[in-house]
Design a protein around this ligand. Sequence first.
Ligand code: GDP
Ligand code: MG
Length: 317
Amino acid sequence: MAFRSGFVCILGRPNAGKSTLLNALAGERLAIISPKPQTTRNRIQGILNIPKHGKRSGAQVILVDTPGVHKPDSSLGRKMMVEVHEALEGCDLILMLVDVTRKLSPEDNFALQLAQRAGTPVFLLLNKIDLVRDKKKLLPMIEAYHGMHDFREVIPLSGLKKEGLDTLLDAIVKILPQGPPYFPEDQITDQPARFMVAEIIRERVLLETKEEVPYATTVVVEQFEEGAKLVRIAAVIYCERDGQKAILVGKGGQMLKKIGTSARLNMERMLGSKVFLELFVKVQPGWRDSRAFVDELDWRRQLEGLIAPPGRAGHNR
Ligand code: GDP
Ligand code: MG
């Protein structure tokens, strides 16, 4: 049985459960997850090595998470939609994820249009079935979706409860093209540690703060030095107004300390090393609408030239 490999893109509106599914499939916490939309601002690639099993061939699946599909309303929003288009280009399969507890929205329609435009096979994944007691209630929904597109598979599942994942994996492996693995087997993600570190800090901010603060915040890692005994990291949390800065710093610096401590513990777990973390808060009014600033945040741009692009010869990605 020949080995198979390919890129699989997860598409769906904010909060459909894309990051949760990616993590459930990869068995590692790669993408950050929170109940607030727009948590995922960049593509995160989880690499899944599937052993040969019974009739199933061995395969390597490169999972591409996308920022939630939405109508862009700022420079950052537009950049996120560019990410979605880029992710769809050149992938072998699209997983369109919908939340069965919510009515079909214009955003779901928009996601489907993007998938159709890419001309790539699409699986429809009905997510969060753990929340539906009477599974018969899913039938009208499945019927409605069938009328919209010729989905290769329709699979009910729960990313959170890890239900239906085997069925999904079997179907994915079956549809992927034959080919050798793209990445070495011990690699679980191609994201540089520096970017993951920024995401860990942002996740802590999302969990600790409310209202507009999470959306007005972004993290830039200014120092990342791997020493023999510890990793030295300095990062800046950018926000848009003095009031937000006051919230992020907290009374007597308590909030920043809380964010810093839990972020550091998470980093130490991820890096398998002691971390010395310095965290700063700075105000940069209107950073979301500044193209220059948003571009500067792009870790790929920041790291250009430092990392050799992975992949195999002849594959135009
Ligand atoms: P994303 O924006 O599409 O990446 O969505 P997330 O993966 O961040 O999930 C959004 C919210 O939905 C989180 O609170 C998840 O815990 C929740 N969620 C995701 N998948 C499931 C599921 O299968 N069942 C239930 N009950 N909740 C889920
Ligand atoms: Mg996400």
